[in-house]
Structures are given as structure tokens and as C-alpha cells.
Design a binder for this molecule. Structure first.
Ligand SMILES: Cc1cc2nc3c(=O)[nH]c(=O)nc-3n(C[C@H](O)[C@H](O)[C@H](O)COP(=O)(O)OP(=O)(O)OC[C@H]3O[C@@H](n4cnc5c(N)ncnc54)[C@H](O)[C@@H]3O)c2cc1C
Length: 343
């Protein structure tokens, strides 16, 4: 069946931040072979999954490919591991719960991250001490440059903290069709992350089973993050800045309570939310664009926010954080349309 195409499509319901925007053309892709049958187009192209990390600041003058490719296959490798091959349009959270139900482990800490499977490698999704890079085996993608399907190993994807080649050097080059995860038949809970360890201890679950671990993560997330269905948002709005050890150490002399984490490459990751909160931004608003009351790292749309209001808010926070800590904050979501002054 040919892909469904909508002209002059409303995008506000396709992004969890819900700014008003339209696309010239929206194509709903449900099978990979529909790609070849698409009418040729010189229009700029953008792939969209669940829209939970994409914010439209302007109308999109081209074609949007709405990725709805499904499918799930499990391939047993040996006594200890299986490969899970999942279609890019599957829901990430449903995949996590499905794997737990089948006794396949490694994804428990990543429960309840919104969005699609295919977007997971784009920014190497992560939460509570686990990142996609811990379990990713490979990615199958359509390469627009070579006009063919390619298999990229996890190393080829160049995943790092909230980043990958898909978000940087090769932005817009690939359409991810499916991903393969190497999961374990043995459960070895990762409970090292402070707030997760505290929450487990409070519930006397120092040695949780997989369901208990995922349920605790979900409880923490419900408490900390607004549900996009009730209050439009895109999750954490700024990446935690990563600084060379010496620069971080000087900053920590001035702000000893600033939470920080050493990175494998010797650099230090600093808590952007703490920096923003300390400057009194919780609950701050410009029109309907605001900082979430319970968590300063999350920006929200109270209902009728405009792109101008959001941009003013972002730039105001970036400037205040720059003045106070001499640190540059970088937005985590993909901002589509006009550029920020800092870009
Ligand atoms: C409440 C909330 C909580 C969140 N918590 C977390 C968290 O804990 N950790 C975390 O890492 N993120 C988190 N996020 C961000 C977001 O959920 C993830 O980045 C998620 O992977 C985005 O999936 P999506 O399908 O919605 O992506 P989209 O927003 O649709 O797309 C994001 C980017 O990926 C590209 N893309 C999407 N699919 C494909 C594909 N198949 N091929 C090529 N490119 C593609 C898009 O072009 C876009 O550039 C959160 C967001 C919200 C709203």
C-alpha cells in the first residue's frame, strides 16, 4: 500500500511541546518499500517519530516522514544473550516492557522515556545511569547519500552523551529503519544512580527484580517530570554541560554543592538543572512558555506559547547561566526553524 500523504499538515499534535506549526507535506511511512514509491521531491526532508524531542519554531517548508515502521524479532545468540530487532516506529516504552516480560534485561532503567525506537540512537537516550550505548548492537538505516540500506554497528553510530553522528556530522543523512539491541537473559540490576538507589532503599528494594526496578524508575519519573499529555513539554530542555576536569574543578570551588559526575573520558558533567534552579527560575514564565515548577531543567508550554516566547525564555536562561557560572547551555531537543542567537 502506498504511504498516506497529507498536504499542509498541522504539526502541533505531532510534537509534545505543541507549538503551532504546519508542514507542506506529511508522509506516513508504514513499510520500508513505500520509500521507493514516494513521488520524487526536491523539498527539504525531516523524519519524525513521537515528536518528544522535536520543537517546531516555524512552519516546515518541506516533507515530513512520519516513521511508523513496526516489527519485533528476537534472535537467541547463546545461553546469556539475545538480539532484539525492533522496527523504528515501535514505542520505546512498550519495547522496554515487552523485553522485561520476555526475560530480556538491560533496559529497565530506560522505562517510560517517551518516543519511538528509531529516535533512541539519535541522542543516545539515557536515564538513571543507563544509556542506549550500553545495549545497542547495530542500526539498519536508509542512507539518503548512497540511496541504499546500510547496517551501522554501535561503534559506527558514534554515540556519546545525548549525541551521535545522526545528531551532528550526519544530521539528516539517515532514516533509521530498525535497531538491534543485545540484551541479557540474566538480570544484573544497575542501581548505582543516587536518586534511584535512594528510592529503592525507601521501598526496601535493595535487590529489586526487573519489574520492581522499572516500576521504581517510572514512579520517580512521574514525580519529577510533567506528563506531556497534560502539560506540553520536551523533557529535559538543556544538556548537562560537560567541562574539562580543570575548568569543572575551578567552578566547583566556587559552587561546592553543584552536583557533578565524572565521565569516562576524564571530563566532568555538571547538573544544568541545579544551576538554573539556583538562579530562581522555577515557575518563571514568558507568556505561556515557562520553567516547570517542580524541575528547573524542564521547559513547558502552558497552552498558547509561541516560538518567540520560547526563544526569549531559552536565551534569557542561557544568558543568566553564562553570567553566573561562565557555562554555555545547549538545548537538548531538536529546534526546527529559526536559529538561536547562540547557534
Ligand atoms: C516527558 C519527557 C521525558 C523525557 N525523558 C528523557 C530521558 O529520560 N532521556 C532521554 O534521553 N530523553 C528523554 N526525553 C526526550 C525524548 O523522549 C527522546 O529523545 C526520544 O528518543 C525521542 O523520540 P521521538 O520518537 O519522540 O523523537 P522525535 O522527536 O520524533 O525525533 C527526534 C530527532 O530524531 C530524529 N528521528 C526520529 N526518528 C528517526 C528515524 N527513524 N530515523 C532518523 N532520524 C529520526 C528526528 O528527525 C529528530 O531530529 C524525554 C522527553 C519527554 C517529553
Amino acid at each position: 500500500m502506498a504511504a498516506a500523504i497529507t498536504h499542509d499538515a498541522d504539526l502541533s499534535g505531532l510534537s509534545t511541546f505543541k507549538l503551532p506549526a504546519r508542514a507542506r507535506e506529511l508522509v506516513e511511512l508504514t513499510a520500508p518499500d513505500q520509500l521507493a514509491a514516494l513521488p520524487a521531491s526536491e523539498l527539504p526532508l525531516l523524519v519524525l517519530g513521537g515528536g518528544s524531542n522535536t520543537i517546531f519554531l516555524d512552519d516546515w517548508p518541506g516533507r515530513i516522514l512520519l516513521n511508523r515502521l513496526t516489527g519485533l524479532q528476537i534472535q537467541r545468540l547463546d545461553e546469556e544473550h539475545s538480539l532484539v530487532h525492533a522496527g523504528a516506529g515501535e514505542s520505546w516504552h512498550r519495547l522496554v516492557m515487552n523485553c522485561i516480560a520476555r526475560g530480556l534485561h538491560g533496559l529497565e532503567n530506560l522505562a517510560m522515556i517517551p518516543g519511538s525506537v528509531g529516535a533512541a540512537p539519535i541522542q543516545n537516550i539515557g536515564a538513571y545511569g543507563v544509556e542506549l550505548s550500553d545495549v545497542l548492537d547495530s542500526v539498519r538505516a536508509w542512507d539518503w547519500q548512497q540511496s541504499r540500506t546500510v547496517r551501522l554497528s554501535a561503534a559506527d553510530c558514534r554515540l556519546s552523551y545525548r549525541d551521535s553522528r545522526f545528531k551532528s556530522t550526519d544530521r539528516d543523512r539517515f532514516l533509521i529503519l530498525s535497531i538491534s539491541l543485545r540484551l541479557s537473559h540474566c538480570f544484573a540490576p544497575n542501581t548505582g544512580y543516587d536518586s534511584l538507589a535512594d528510592a529503592l532503599a525507601k521501598r526496601h528494594l535493595e535487590r529489586p527484580n526487573p519489574r520492581q526496578l522499572a516500576a521504581t524508575v517510572m514512579r520517580l519519573r512521574r514525580h519529577r517530570l510533567p506528563d506531556p499529555a497534560r502539560l506540553a513539554n520536551a523533557g529535559s530542555f538543556f544538556k548537562n554541560p560537560v567541562l574539562p576536569a580543570e575548568t569543572a574543578s575551578a567552578l566547583l570551588d566556587d559552587f561546592p554543592r553543584l552536583p557533578h559526575w565524572p565521565m569516562p573520558d576524564g571530563q566532568v558533567k555538571l547538573a544544568a538543572g541545579w544551576m538554573i534552579e539556583r538562579l530562581g527560575f522555577r515557575g518563571y514564565r514568558i507568556g505561556d512558555a515557562g520553567v516547570y515548577n517542580n524541575h528547573a531543567l524542564v521547559l513547558v508550554n502552558h497552552g498558547q506559547a509561541t516560538a518567540d516566547q520560547l526563544l526569549e525564555l531559552i536565551e534569557h536562561i542561557q544568558a543568566a547561566v553564562g553570567d553566573e557560572y561562565d557555562v554555555e547551555l545547549e538545548p537538548e531537543p531538536m529546534l526546527i526553524g529559526r536559529k538561536l542567537m547562540s547557534q
